[in-house]
Design a protein around this ligand. Structure first.
Ligand code: OOG
Ligand code: NI
Length: 460
């Protein structure tokens, strides 16, 4: 029997192998990421604080895009077999110039011990064909009909996935078959692309064409985790791979790493077969996939996140006011003034999530533990251990989509969009979409209750 977490780890390995043969620059990225992670681990004894080498070395996220709620439900079934559940709601339709007609969630393990075993996650986007800002009624009807005719996941895969979910794993031979079918469902298909149809959708949005212009889905990037993303950005440049000029997310600064920093590069155009309007098959190229790398920091509470969003908005404002100024420098200065520069400060001001443990080395001096968190930490009763941010950032995601699009497309921002939120997405998936803040808060609160219980028992 292959248990759920081993299926997940094996699936992530398979996709990584497959993507390396499909997108050669990904192999270079893995090589450089591995070197940098080794270097950081050797020079920084604290490097493992946000995940040990066994976790970080295999840590990946992928992204796929689907066209209909039914396809999303089926994707969710495949991920459920791997112990990956929908977390978070991301709406990428309101990004002004770079708006894309999708809403998204991320499938990932939610229990801390499952994340530790293998944290594989897949950012999954659903095309919003009913959003009139992007698709007029005629195009939407033809698009829906096209999507209704295709099948992304073969029935045998879905049956095996349901069995794996129900039984917490699969017998060896079925596990092998499941992994083969699942990886194949995310491979780039050799099927001819209908030139005219693809082009029509591309005029609306390159993402719409990537999703609805073909009869299959595919992994569009696979992202390793690096411990020093600034060093990686430089070194990829030296290896002749040009990254986008910015690292999305918080700036590099002297304080703790928080949330998520990401950067990407455009993959090369890939040769594809096209069916021309007169029926002829021709060779052409499409540039739909890319490479990305990320570094992860501490998860922020809602208050911490509001502080982050405010600092990002303030950085934008100042960058517009002083076009010559270096954005990274502007951001760093703002962070030095406006963001706690230590984990301790983040914890006592309730801006970030930690797990808490009783400090066993504290002398038994007959004192009773204070009632407040600040006192417990300052006087050495408890130690705080950062919780890693396991999710995504809508603004960075929009930036990643945008930096890899060919042409902005066109949409009419004045029309009313199709309403969408986490509840509607849960309905579409047929499974609840978890709130990431609630997951982190639950983990923190459980550890704090347990730690306080132990302290009080010790003091009594
Ligand atoms: C997903 C883009 C979002 C990230 O890391 O923020 C994403 C996509 O391109 O389909 O993967
Ligand atoms: Ni990504």
């Amino acid at each position: 029997m292959v248990p759920t977490w081993q299926l997940r780890a094996a699936f992530a390995r398979r996709l990584s192998g497959m993507y390396g043969t499909e997108v050669p620059a990904y192999t270079t990225l893995l090589e450089v990421t591995g070197q940098i992670n080794d270097e950081v681990a050797a020079r920084d004894p604290e490097a493992g604080r946000l995940g040990g080498p066994a976790r970080v070395g295999v840590e990946r996220h992928g992204a796929i895009r689907v066209g209909t709620p039914q396809e999303l439900r089926q994707a969710a079934q495949v991920f459920a077999a791997l112990g990956m559940h929908p977390v978070g709601f991301y709406d990428l339709r309101d990004g002004g110039e770079g708006a894309v007609p999708v809403v998204s969630t991320a499938f990932r393990p939610t229990a801390p011990e499952e994340l530790e075993r293998n944290p594989f996650r897949v950012f999954t986007s659903l095309l919003t064909t009913s959003d009139r800002r992007f698709f007029g009624p005629d195009l939407a009807a033809r698009l829906d009909a096209f999507l209704a005719r295709r099948q992304l996941f073969p029935p045998e895969l879905l049956t095996l996935a349901a069995r794996a979910e129900a039984e917490g794993g699969l017998p060896d031979s079925q596990a092998e078959r499941f992994l083969t079918l699942a990886a194949a469902a995310f491979a780039l298909s050799p099927e001819p692309v209908d030139r005219a149809w693809y082009a029509e959708l591309e005029r609306v949005s390159a993402v719409a064409a990537d999703i609805g212009g073909v009869t299959t889905t595919h992994l569009n990037h696979l992202t390793p985790r690096v411990l020093d993303i600034d060093a990686l950005h430089r070194r990829m440049g030296e290896r002749g791979i040009t990254m986008i000029d910015r690292i999305q997310g918080p700036p590099r600064w002297e304080g703790p790493d928080v949330l998520l920093r990401q950067t990407s590069f455009r993959a090369l155009a890939e040769t594809r077969t096209f069916r021309e309007p007169d029926g002829r098959l021709t060779r052409g190229a499409l540039r739909v996939r890319f490479g990305e790398v990320e570094s992860r920091g501490i998860a922020l509470t809602r208050a911490g996140r509001a502080r982050y969003d405010h600092l990002m908005a303030e950085t934008d404002r100042r960058t517009v006011l002083r076009p010559g100024a270096d954005r990274q420098q502007t951001a760093r200065c703002l962070w030095l003034q406006g963001f706690p520069a230590s984990e301790h400060q983040l914890a006592v001001s309730h801006l970030a999530f930690f797990t808490y443990r009783p400090e066993r080395a504290r002398p038994r001096d007959g004192r009773r533990p204070p009632a407040d968190l600040a006192g417990l930490l300052t006087h050495g009763w408890l130690t705080a251990h950062p919780i890693v941010y396991e999710d995504f950032l809508p603004r960075s995601a929009a930036g990643i989509f945008r930096s890899n699009l060919t042409g902005a497309g066109r949409h009419d921002a004045d029309l009313a969009g199709a309403p969408f939120d986490a509840d509607r997405l849960s309905e579409a998936i047929g499974r609840p979409v978890a709130d990431p803040f609630a997951l982190y808060a639950g983990q923190q609160d459980r550890s704090l209750r347990q730690a306080l219980f132990t302290l009080r028992a010790g003091a009594a």
